[in-house]
Design a protein around this ligand. Structure first.
Ligand code: PBG
Length: 337
């Protein structure tokens, strides 16, 4: 033993940038990152989203540019959300062949095909498969009278709508459909519908453990949401971790190709639990409010923006995410390249 009496000195592996780089257990890679994008019908200029500084509602033209930028940056995927000009109680535009989300998907596929001509893979094109952007009441499904007379989302009637919507998205060129409405049985019904329509090759990324969260607040502005009230009869209660694992198990049993936890930052325990039991890739969604918090604190000079962004995303990776949806995907890809 040395005269100091200290045997173990972990600081040795922290002493220089080069040794720190060598021993890093986790690294971010552009191909792990998915950029969520919003495309809005009937606008001629992109509309900034005030609660998500740096993010916009895209026109079809600027969506094309954004997908091209994602491709150049080597991102793993893009996740598309559509904002229709007209809404109704059933969310009819969600399945219209020429609905805004389907148009966006076709544009994204063209963008991907263009980069793939150069022989390298472009981003995977994903679609949010949910009705809330398309209904005039803002809920994720169709409504019926609940036990106490108030309107609730009708699970099984909504499943039929998701099946039709998923097939419309597949026809428009989605590589991946992403049911995010937390209806029971949604993965199985969508899998059946896709297979029946000849889309066995289209994958399902299931929003499996999706919690009712105030951190979706800025997203509501991003999609001009009409929602009154909340989603607590279908999205999960923040108090429940075990239930999140059960939701992931059910989606795995129904045939999900990827399971996701959302939000990410306040559910890292659930993410770790899902990662430990899943034999398919695990995704996490760093949501709009997580983005807004860091942007706001950084804009005030209270935290270092870049370091905070990188730490927040690395924490999600460390907790077990193979795939991370984040509004900073493009910027992070620039920083780490
Ligand atoms: C549902 C959906 C939502 C988000 C992604 N898909 C909103 C909700 O469930 O209320 C939120 C994403 C975010 O906040 O960044 N279409």
């Amino acid at each position: 033993m040395s005269t100091s009496g200290i045997v173990y000195r972990p600081r040795r592996l922290r002493a220089t940038p080069r040794v720190r780089r060598l021993v890093a257990e986790h690294r971010l890679h552009a191909a792990d990152l998915v950029l969520p994008l919003f495309v809005k019908e009937g606008i001629t200029e992109p509309v900034p989203i005030s609660s998500m500084p740096g993010q916009v509602q895209h026109t079809e033209d600027t969506l094309r540019d954004a997908v091209a930028a994602a491709a150049r940056a080597g991102l793993g995927g893009v996740m598309l959300f559509g904002i229709p000009a007209v809404r109704d109680a059933r969310g009819t535009q969600a399945e219209a062949p020429d609905g805004i989300l389907q148009r966006g998907l076709r544009i994204a596929r063209e963008g991907v095909a263009a980069v793939e001509q150069d022989g390298r893979p472009g981003p995977v094109v994903m679609a949010d498969t949910c009705l809330d952007e398309f209904t005039d009441h803002g809920h994720c499904g169709v409504l019926t009278d609940g036990p106490d007379g108030t309107a609730v989302v009708d699970n099984d009637a909504t499943l039929e709508r998701y099946a039709t919507m998923a097939v419309a998205q597949a026809k428009a060129g989605a590589d991946v459909v992403s049911p995010s409405g937390m209806m029971d049985g949604q993965v199985a019904v969508i899998r059946d519908a896709l297979d029946d329509a000849g889309f066995e090759h289209v994958a399902i990324l299931a929003y499996s453990a999706k919690y009712a969260s105030p951190f979706y607040g800025p997203f509501r502005e991003a999609v001009d949401s009409a929602l009154q009230g909340d989603r607590r009869t279908y999205q999960m209660d923040a108090a429940n971790a075990r239930e999140g694992l059960r939701e992931a198990d059910l989606d795995l049993a129904e045939g999900a190709d990827v399971v996701m936890v959302k939000p990410a930052g306040s559910y890292l325990d659930v993410l770790r639990g899902v990662a430990d039991r899943s034999d398919v890739p695990v995704a996490a969604y760093q949501v709009s409010g997580e983005y807004a918090m860091i942007e706001a604190a950084a804009a005030n000079g209270w935290i270092d923006r870049r370091a905070s962004v990188l730490e927040s995303v690395l924490g999600i990776k460390r907790a077990g995410a193979d795939i991370i949806l984040t509004y900073w995907a493009l910027e992070i890809a620039e920083w780490i390249k």
